[in-house]
Write a protein that binds this ligand. Structure first.
Ligand SMILES: NC(=O)c1ccc[n+]([C@@H]2O[C@H](COP(=O)([O-])OP(=O)(O)OC[C@H]3O[C@@H](n4cnc5c(N)ncnc54)[C@H](O)[C@@H]3O)[C@@H](O)[C@H]2O)c1
Length: 433
């Protein structure tokens, strides 16, 4: 573990470099049977909150939200008295929480309030952050680092909210110590080699891995997935997704990992608008970027040698269709994490319009009493409940390792394509074992 003095220095460096710098800030927000389930209700819906984008960007804090970051609101799930959360077990999963940075994310998903969870220990490299995380999660055991926490034999599962570049290394460390892993996006930060290593490690371990892609539980995307699985779209012909987050002032991050980051290295909030609907993947990409007017983005000004703050990718999908996925940091105005889809039997632009008249249940699942749906469009609690339930039921979680890598790696290759002026490039494919 680094000592306090060194950590303080890192933090100050980030603060100093934040002035006049502009980079990507904390942004924030399956395949099944193809038969229509006739018992279902809601012939069509208006996803009134597709303007949800307003709430989805930025991060959501634990006890207190991090200041000056968009998207902090706790968005209550639409009330539906017919839906009640039903426990699948009375067992408590013993969880460790790691990382309490700018987004205070380890506490934001509500593990500490779930009836099937005991928060055994928490960790952050900064002692003050670690202490605050322990306080807000009512936990009395702390470790100075993830590397120490994963040695605790009492812990079964670890929630990792550390800096994005460390995600694969931290996940592998936890898996090697026999822990199930939940991790924030993205699965890897620019490295195809680490993607393969992570995939192999999850496969070898037999443990659960879930990436907490918030878009996967957006109200509109949830509805799209339900309708898709019920056959209401047929094959998707075209999908589009956007993650727009103008950040005029650099937001702090551990060792400044956000400064100048390639937009398509953070692709999952937009790429979810195909992958998390169909469970499929992107097979090829041509991506364009335009050298940014922002000072932080240039081949010499950031550690990633990245000139782009907006990248627009055109993908071929695994079912033969097309998708256009955008990530933009340097365009003020309309913002959010959003998308639309068009299929052979219908489309979804804020609501379903198409040939199918009997749609499935589109209301998102209920949560246990005391668990908030949380930020990013009311998705935090649902992600956490899905992860815990997947452990209790010994089944794969919604955003498993294959989906996490199909969401992430497509963006890594998209950035390579943008650097080559839009050359078409093949994307590695991941399948669940
Ligand atoms: N919508 C979303 O899904 C969404 C929104 C915001 C942020 N995020 C993700 O959440 C994560 C956290 O974001 P952030 O802004 O808080 O990051 P950050 O860089 O501000 O903080 C990272 C924290 O991790 C800690 N850390 C690093 N290595 C550690 C180790 N070995 N042991 C213990 N602690 C360690 C650091 O001390 C720091 O406090 C990021 O991965 C980010 O991509 C996702």
């Amino acid at each position: 573990m680094k000592d306090k003095a060194v950590l303080k220095k890192d933090s100050n460096k980030n603060d100093a470099s934040s002035i006049n710098n502009i980079a990507n800030g904390p942004e924030s927000d399956l395949n099944g049977k193809k038969t229509i389930k006739r018992r279902m209700f809601l012939a069509s819906i208006g996803m009134g909150a597709v303007a949800m984008g307003l709430q989805q960007i930025g991060c959501s804090g634990g006890s207190k939200p991090a200041p000056a970051i968009q998207g902090l609101e706790n968005v209550p799930i639409k009330a539906d008295s017919s839906k009640v959360w039903v426990p699948v077990s009375d067992r408590k999963v013993r969880v460790g929480l790691v990382g309490y940075g700018v987004c205070k994310f380890s506490a934001a998903f509500g593990f500490q309030n779930h009836p099937n969870v005991e928060v055994v220990a928490v960790s952050d490299l900064y002692p003050d952050r670690c202490a605050e995380l322990a306080k807000v999660t009512r936990c009395n055991k702390t470790y100075p680092s993830l590397e120490e926490l994963v040695k605790d034999k009492d812990i079964e599962a670890v929630m990792i909210s550390t800096d994005a570049p460390s995600h694969p290394r931290h996940c592998i460390e936890a898996l090697r110590h026999g822990k199930h892993v939940a991790v924030n996006v993205p699965a890897v930060f620019g490295s195809l080699e680490e993607a393969d290593e992570l995939y192999e490690e999850v496969k070898k371990s037999g443990l659960k891995y879930m990436m907490f892609e918030t878009s996967a539980f957006h109200e509109d995307l949830y509805a799209m997935r339900q309708i898709y699985n019920a056959g209401g779209f047929g094959k998707l012909i075209y999908s589009e997704g956007e993650y727009y987050h103008y950040s005029a002032k650099q937001i702090d991050s551990y060792k400044g990992w956000r400064i100048g980051g390639p937009p398509q290295w953070y692709p999952t909030h937009s790429s979810a608008y195909h992958v998390c609907v169909t469970g499929g993947s992107y097979t090829e990409v041509s991506c364009l970027g335009m050298p940014s007017w922002m000072e932080t983005f240039s081949e010499t000004k950031n550690r990633y040698k990245n000139p782009f703050a907006t990248e627009i990718a055109l993908f071929r999908t695994s079912d033969g269709g097309m998708a256009r996925m955008a990530v933009s940091w340097d365009t003020p105005g309309d913002s959010g994490e959003k998308g639309r889809i068009r299929g052979q039997k219908g489309s979804f632009y804020g609501k379903y319009e198409g040939l199918e008249k009997n749609l499935p249940d589109l209301i998102r699942p209920a949560l246990p009493k005391g668990v908030d749906s949380g930020g990013h469009g009311g998705t935090h609690g649902l992600l956490m409940d899905e992860f815990i339930t997947s452990i209790l039921q010994d089944r794969k979680p919604l955003v498993d390792i294959a989906m996490a890598l199909n969401l992430t790696v497509s963006g890594v290759v998209a950035h390579q394509s943008a650097l080559k002026g839009g050359e078409w490039m093949k994307i590695p494919q991941y399948k669940m074992f």
